[in-house]
Design a protein around this ligand. Sequence first.
Ligand code: IFM
Length: 441
Amino acid sequence: MNRSQFPDDFLFGVATSAYQIEGHKFGGAGSTHWDTFAATPGNVVRAEHGQLACNHYHNYEADFDLIAAAGFDTYRFSISWARVIPDGFGAVNQDGLDYYDRLTDAMLERGLKPAATLYHWELPSALDDLGGWRNPDIAKWFGDYAEVIMNRIGDRMFSVATINEPWCVGWLSHFLGAHAPGLRDIRATARAMHHILCAHGTAVNRMRDMGLKNLGAVCNFEFSNPTDETPENVAAAARYDAIYNRFFMGGIFHKKYPDLVLEGLEQHLPKGWQDDFDVIGTPVDWCGINYYTRSNIRAAKGAWPNLDTVEGPLDKTQMGWEIYPEGLYEFIMRMHNEYTKGIPIYVTENGMSNADVVANGEVNDAARIAYLESHFDAAKIAIAAGAPLAGYYVWSLMDNYEWALGYEKRFGLVHVDFETQVRTPKNSMKYFSEALRQKIK
Ligand code: IFM
């Protein structure tokens, strides 16, 4: 890959999130539902948590030096709600505001465009006590929080996204129980999924009223592949696709939910849900795609959505995720043609975990370079086909806390030794230094 193969103003960046790197114990942050989820046996590998993580809270200057030295244009980071407002609403933590202020200036000093995300999965515990995403009041709480943090740093943001990966916040966390708050309840799921979108729209409106620009939504997508062409398996894959890839996009861009999802969730949605689409469908300036893999789906007996995910035949990453770059092309084109219709699209996350080790001061992660190359190729084909793809953020700057999988899964372009906090740029980071060398912006 070479910068010159992309449009002149195309942006390359790296992405992280607050809880996965900062070190939550520093700076007066409040308890979050991830802290208690991780402290409950069986939820997280070795009960690992984000209290120290990469200690980015203290190392951010050196971490940003690495990003700038590699020639990236932009940095996608998230803000911890509980660091800014420890109980989610009410008293503000000035140290938290000061921290994000310093962080912003440190990016700008290095020529990095700050791309903020308001929520990347650590909900203040006090809000969880009140039902978290199941409580309709979360739209107001989230809007208030957006105002507080953006009053302080909004003047210097390149872009602001609301809620990272609504499918994970809603379905993965309330239906599959794999992420905090670890529920497995269809009513909780329906309510959370709807309120996530209400909170998204409320925050966009509040920030728009403050005069902020370049406000976006970020969804994750997984290509849904029927295990064979039998009608029941094709139908199961369509259900999976609707739940995963079409519910949130449908709400935001079509102001309606797909019938294939309503057939299971409608009876559990909160009263009056149909009246919320003007808020949910508040116009955004851009949309982000987080893409990693595909799933192989077949029909199953039992309750809706009657489907199973089965292992597929393709090469896999350390996560066990199949490598399927064609899916990235499909989602960029689908987003543009069916939903966003002209506004800029960003790949806001793409990357792979790999069992990386440091040997003689080097990390040879050729597999990651190949993964990224194949996905950049898919992006180039989408651009050639007319998609307004404006930038690409690699997940992730450095190895970090991979949620329920703890510290074992390494997604970084930079290796982190979690005992010593020593950073070692991997060969993939060196690959970017070469590919992005001609900084033309
Ligand atoms: O680490 C996560 C990130 O927090 C959200 N998107 C997917 C990544 C890899 O699983």
